[in-house]
Design a protein around this ligand. Structure first.
Ligand SMILES: [Zn+2]
Length: 230
């Protein structure tokens, strides 16, 4: 996977949902559904920045790099306090404009939130702040409740791309929207997040710093993307 310097720097402020600050290594009783990779064009994804498993809270740009991902790697495999997995779009806004990849439901479930209409070209300023062209920092996003209580969240979608409605039943692979840069996002990417129970964030990746059983059907090797389900 190629990682360009601008993408790495942009990744320092890639996104945060603000709903949960401290991901936990959970092995709750939530039914373990299995996820397919939630993007239809994995060849256009050139980096993954995952959930942070250390409890350290960094300060400033350098502090944002202090993190530990599921298999013990630091930045840029994660960043401080991150509560999801960011799948970065190769080519950024140019690729988004040329026809952004479609975000897919990782598993079957029911749509509990489908929000659209927000500006989708948010980016980082030189000082590292998110700028949505002066407008509000609000993401287009979808949330899906799965059997057993797990919830998956798909953030930063393109404006007017959300393709599902609240209450709709979706299958694994149902199109949800397209990768964009709405909300607290510095570059076009998908923030994919798993919650169980009362908003507790879980890393879908298994590993020595995460939980022992992957939520992916095919997690892939550490530098590969997850695969489809059988
Ligand atoms: Zn993120």
């Amino acid at each position: 996977m190629r990682m360009t310097v601008p993408v790495l720097m942009a990744g320092l402020v890639a996104c945060a949902t603000g709903s949960v600050d401290d991901p936990v290594d959970s092995d709750t009783d939530t039914l373990h559904v299995r996820f397919a990779f939630p993007i239809d064009a994995p060849e256009l994804i050139n980096g993954v920045m995952g959930v942070d498993h250390d409890a350290l809270e960094g300060e400033g740009l350098i502090g944002r790099m202090a993190c530990t991902n599921y298999d013990g790697r630091g930045f840029p495999a994660c960043y401080d306090g991150h509560d999801g997995s960011d799948f970065l779009l190769d080519g950024g806004f140019d690729t988004m404009d040329a026809g952004s990849p479609t975000v897919l439901a990782a598993a079957a479930g029911v749509v509990i939130t489908a929000h659209d209409g927000e500006y989708d070209r948010c980016h980082a300023t030189l000082s590292g702040e998110i700028d949505c062209n002066g407008g509000p920092i609000r993401a287009n996003y979808v949330e899906i409740a799965h059997e057993g209580g797990a919830v998956t969240r798909y953030l930063h979608l393109m404006k007017d791309s959300v393709a599902v409605q609240e209450g709709q039943t979706v299958a694994q692979g149902t199109p949800l929207g397209r990768i964009g840069s709405s909300g607290n996002s510095s570059v076009p990417h998908l923030h994919f997040e798993l919650q169980v129970g009362e908003g507790v964030v879980v890393d879908p990746y298994a590993g020595p710093y995460s939980q022992p059983e992957s939520w992916w059907c095919d997690q892939g090797a550490p530098h590969e993307l997850p695969g489809p389900c059988p």
